[in-house]
Design a binder for this molecule. Structure first.
Ligand SMILES: [Fe+2]
Length: 179
């Protein structure tokens, strides 16, 4: 059944379900009634972002893990039941032989086993390297659009809608099982 998607839902870069032990590989979002303005969804390819990193950062990230928490304000995440998970920051795609940079602004609280200041400095550097306008694809929703995206490869975020208008649609997160 279509539901109202809150104005502030997912307005930060993230990968769905990152605080789960096994994050969902895919998300499907159907928008029955698109907002007249705003509400776009943007994507960044994190496989390309990883490949573009300088070698010293790739070496630094090798074997590093991050703590992902859902301690964020996110309307519509009621189906995500776990509060915290540890994942590698270099994410092996589950179906292709590629690695993605598994970092994002909100769910990732810190890099494990390093000092807080070092974690903050490295995450800021990774954000600077990966979150670029020229790397971003933005979709403007039309009525009855459906997008299915690969959480192993892309991060995404929504643009707020001005004037209180909300999107009406249906989101399906495809559960994944541990290998
Ligand atoms: Fe999302």
């Amino acid at each position: 059944m279509p539901k109202k998607l809150g104005r502030q839902a997912g307005v930060f870069w993230h990968s769905d379900g990152a605080s789960l032990d096994v994050p969902p590989q895919a998300t499907a979002l159907y928008i029955r009634q698109a907002p007249k303005a705003g509400g776009q969804t943007s994507f960044i390819d994190m496989v390309q972002a990883y490949q573009a990193l300088p070698e010293h950062l790739k070496s630094y990230l090798d074997g590093k893990t991050g703590c992902f928490t859902k301690n964020v304000s996110y309307v519509g995440m009621q189906n995500v039941g776990k509060a915290e998970a540890i994942h590698p920051l270099v994410w092996q795609h589950r179906h292709i032989n590629r690695c993605a940079l598994y970092t994002n602004n909100k769910f990732l609280s810190h890099i494990c086993d390093v000092e807080k200041t070092e974690s903050e400095r490295v995450l800021a550097k990774l954000a600077e390297s990966s979150l670029k306008d020229e790397s971003t694809f933005t979709h403007t929703w039309q009525d009855n659009d459906l997008i299915i995206w690969d959480n192993d490869q892309v991060i995404h975020k929504a643009t707020p809608t001005p004037g209180g208008e909300i999107k009406e649609g249906l989101r399906i997160i495809l559960e994944s099982q541990a290998a």
